[in-house]
Design a protein around this ligand. Sequence first.
Ligand SMILES: Nc1ncnc2c1ncn2[C@@H]1O[C@H](COP(=O)(O)OP(=O)(O)OP(=O)(O)O)[C@@H](O)[C@H]1O
Ligand SMILES: [Mg+2]
Length: 501
Amino acid sequence: MTGNIVIKIRGVKKYFGATKALDGVDLEIYENEVHAIVGSNGAGKSTLMKTLGGEYVPDEGKFYYLDEDITGLTPFQIQKKGIQIVHQVLNIVDSMSILENILLASPPTKNVVLDWKEGKAKVKEVLEFIGIDFDLSKTVGSLSISEQQFVVLARALINKPKVLVLDEPNSKIGLEETEKLFAVIRKLKAHGTTTIYISHRIEEIYQVCDKISVFRDGKCIDTRATKDFPQDELVTMMLGKKLDVFFPKANVETGTEILKVVNLKFKDKINGVSFYVKYGEIVSLVGAVGAGKTEIVNSIYGILRPDSGDILIDNNTVFPNHSPRKAIKIGIALVPEDRATQGMIGEYTVKNNLTAINMKNISKNSFIQLKKEVKLAQELNDKLSVTPNDINYIIQSLSGGNQQKVIIGKWLVDPYKLYLLDEVTAGVDIGAKSEIYQLLGDLARGGAGVVLATSDIEEAIGLSDKIIILFKGKIVREVDPKVTTKDEILSYIMGAEKYAQ
Ligand SMILES: Nc1ncnc2c1ncn2[C@@H]1O[C@H](COP(=O)(O)OP(=O)(O)OP(=O)(O)O)[C@@H](O)[C@H]1O
Ligand SMILES: [Mg+2]
């Protein structure tokens, strides 16, 4: 696989105060390759892409595009060259339509007036290329996170880029959608587009990428052809140490039913779902986008009011007047899917985010005991290895995965009896994933019930006692993780129409 070098990066450094986000990066990306960039949370992947894209100016070093020095150009100039970056945090306007969001980057104009007709034709062409059918007038806010991901992808593709950067496009999408994304990447490759692909889903990288570069502590420490990079070696290199136990095999004595969901219905999203979770049990909900996972956990937590059916906690119905406040009071915790908006206060420090909901642990006579607050926050930061390990860091300055760790940490302080976790490991690196899995194992061993809504099938198989497979708001199958396979689950998820009555 030889060809022209399309992007050359030389000695790039970028510092934020004392944090060396990029500490001398050298890297070449060749024309027409799919090039993965992997590394732990905070390794510098997103910072490198923001610097390539012109959002940051490097403190030192150079970027070249087809031998032309492009260091210091503006994001607009970089895009004009043919480099498109889809960032980790989706940049969309909820209240605007799909059409408007896709055209946001480059509105087609005719004599300074927006040319909607041409715009619409271009958008349709791109969506056809991607293989997705949207009602363009719908607002983006009404779409699922994974559908939103495809809107942003369409926006990046509308000007037919030469180089496409995808910063964790699949951290929140299911297997089926990931297949679709990979089909697009392969098609782009056939059309001569180079893709730089950042992801924490190592297995999937092996399916679609030609080369892999490993980042650690702001440096690119190795680049190899995928076929020459055994997976365990890759993980060891990323973490700087061997990863031992990944899934803690929790052999837990289960108790009575903590949660019982009976014939739950909500619009066309949940179509008569019944299941139970016992004390000490981890139950996974898997399914494609639109299968109803998030709606089910949100109903249990009282965010969403189902049309009919019942939810019982310890055999008592939570209705009428269910609400998140009541949920917390009876011992239910939720780690929501959309953590950026629901889970954190961006401009607060890590410490304040960690302790915001744990006031009862640290306040006495309504005074916050500062010492206790600091201790609590520091313990959590240590437990989840948040980097930089500084509880006074403003949370939005942390890398994506480290933000996730803090938000997850918030819920692990007070003991709850039921944990509802929605895509809890999306975006966290493999080291932190293993730490979170240990924590979940501990929760179950401590007697709590856990509902794990996940699009990561390996995680469901590795952790849970029971896997419930959903399709269009219905349970199509319940499988035993001890005897099932990834392929079996996938076949139910994809071909589920056959099984759903
Ligand atoms: N705007 C900022 N202000 C201060 N520090 C920052 C800022 N952006 C990034 N950092 C720091 O730079 C380092 C690299 O962050 P970056 O977001 O590039 O990591 P990443 O490899 O993309 O991680 P992840 O896998 O979690 O997304 C981190 O230590 C992060 O806290
Ligand atoms: Mg990142």
